[in-house]
Design a protein around this ligand. Structure first.
Ligand code: PHE
Length: 486
């Protein structure tokens, strides 16, 4: 069955992959973005749509990416070119790999700034610098931390250097060795925080807030934010999962590992919600306070509670580790490409990439001080990096990868890679050919402002669109029909 390439690198075990991929998936997206987005978009309804997107779009596309990686055994550019060639298709499809690699690099350029906030807050918590008696006071601390570029730049540089040090050491000795202790450590710290939250007095309210599913409450914008976040949180279309998949040993089941990673990622996001919101509610604060939620409201809430400083320290250590295990995955694609295709040693490739990254991330960091008014269409450089990647590059890349796997490549490739039963394969084909692409197209329609979506009212139209998609697709290339007919 295998016409797979020979791998350059492999994880020591399937667990190495699961820990590394979960480390990639679990990051600032789970602990910083997910709670504040849930807060902003009103709680349970957002959570429900987000879960649906993970299932319908995220999981099928993650299987595709790991499949490309393992089949093509290389960086996104090389792996996609090889699978396309294997099916007798144009190597031009490797453009998808270029875009993914660029996307991972761009995300990391602003990610190190947020990770830098986390490390600087850890330092503040330890050194007693997180003292204020109101949200305004905390906002002032946050503002002061951002205002001096030398200060903020110091912390983001620290994150950049640490990331490149780990990546430079290689797949097994750098990445796998570090995720092996960081991931369990993170889960233990999160568990301590949840137990603490249970006794804070706000736990019941937090449960209601997170799981009180009321679809009517969700705006069209919340729906789209949930879809974009599903890509971001699973590290899709950014080279990370694909490159990690290229190190996956031959015998491991892609479906099983994908489910494990997606379930762990989702659990951590929900657990982060259960650690943060009880403390917020117990202190009568607003869950909808935006990106500053964990940097302003949360430290303030902790201060008013017993052992607050200790919990603050645990929280920021956990956040920093989560950020680091994601950061290394964003740059692995670039380093692997320089190493495998250009023959540059990993150490040199890491430092070279690190220098370019440092320059771009410094520009992103300046968005919070001297460059605050270097804006284009009202967005700073930092905002642009976030907006372009989450709103455009990830969904577009995901769409391309889904269509390539669903319509262009020989069906045998994914039959061999995924090794699913007949019915499971049919379900996967249905998702990858129709459901995931339609979901993504919906994001674009909204992002282009062509139409404002309102799921509550328009779902019958979406179902009709899906039926039309399936009819046209199966007329032009009756793959699913054949799979079902056996
Ligand atoms: N999934 C990471 C998070 O939730 C972010 C990420 C995006 C990591 C893209 C790798 C690639 O924080």
């Amino acid at each position: 069955m295998t016409t797979r390439e020979k791998p350059n690198n492999l994880w020591v075990s399937r667990w190495g992959f699961i820990l590394a991929a979960t480390g990639s998936a679990v990051g600032l997206g789970n602990i910083w973005k997910f709670p504040y987005m849930t807060g902003e978009f009103g709680g349970g309804a957002f959570v429900l749509v987000y879960l649906a997107c993970i299932l319908a779009i995220g999981i099928p596309i993650m299987m595709v990416e790991i499949g490309y990686g393992r089949r093509g055994r290389g960086s996104p550019i090389d792996a996609i070119r090889r699978v396309a060639r294997e099916s007798g298709r144009s190597s031009g499809w490797s453009l998808l790999g270029w875009m993914a690699m660029l996307c991972g690099f761009m995300i990391l350029s602003f990610y190190v700034v947020v990770a830098g906030w986390s490390v600087s807050y850890l330092w503040k918590a330890i050194s007693g610098g997180l003292n204020a008696d109101s949200v305004d006071g905390m906002a002032a601390i946050f503002g002061a931390n951002n205002a001096n570029p030398l200060n903020l730049g110091f912390w983001s540089t620290l994150v950049t250097v640490t990331t490149m040090l780990i990546v430079g050491k290689g797949v097994q000795d750098g990445i796998e060795r570090n995720v092996r202790w960081m991931m369990p450590g993170m889960v233990i710290m999160l568990a301590i925080m949840i137990v603490y939250a249970m006794f804070s007095g706000g736990f019941g309210q937090a449960l209601d807030f997170l799981f009180g599913f009321e679809l009517g409450k969700l705006s069209g914008e919340g729906l789209l934010a949930a879809m974009g976040h599903a890509f971001f949180t699973l590290s899709l279309a950014s080279g990370a999962i694909l490159t990690y998949g290229s190190y996956l040993p031959d015998g491991s089941s892609i479906a099983r590992t994908t489910f494990t990673v997606a379930v762990c990622d989702t659990l951590v996001a929900l657990m982060a919600g259960l650690a943060i919101f009880p403390v917020i509610f117990a202190n009568g604060m607003d869950p909808a306070s935006g990106p500053g939620l964990i940097f302003m409201s949360l430290p303030l809430a902790f201060q008013q509670m017993p052992f607050g400083t200790l919990l603050e320290i645990i929280f920021f250590v956990m956040l920093t580790m989560a950020a680091l295990t994601s950061a290394i995955s964003m740059i692995e694609a670039t380093v692997a490409w320089l190493n495998e295709s250009k023959g540059i040693s990993r150490v040199k490739a890491s430092w070279g990439t690190g220098i370019v990254l440092w320059i771009v991330s410094t520009l992103a960091m300046l968005s919070f001080n001297v460059g605050a008014d270097w804006t284009l269409a009202g967005k700073t450089f930092f905002d642009w990096l976030d907006y372009l990647t989450s709103r455009w590059m990830m969904p577009l890349g995901g769409l391309g990868m889904a269509l390539l796997a669903g319509f262009v490549l020989r069906n045998e490739i994914f039959k061999a890679e995924l090794g699913l039963s007949k019915a499971q394969h049919a379900l996967w084909l249905f998702m990858i050919r129709y459901v995931s692409p339609l979901g993504i197209v919906v994001i674009f329609i909204d992002a282009l402002g062509i139409m404002t979506l309102d799921m509550g009212a328009q779902w019958p139209w979406l179902l009709a669109a899906l039926a039309v998609f399936v009819a046209i697709g199966e007329m032009l290339s009756p793959r699913l029909r054949r799979q079902l007919a056996g």
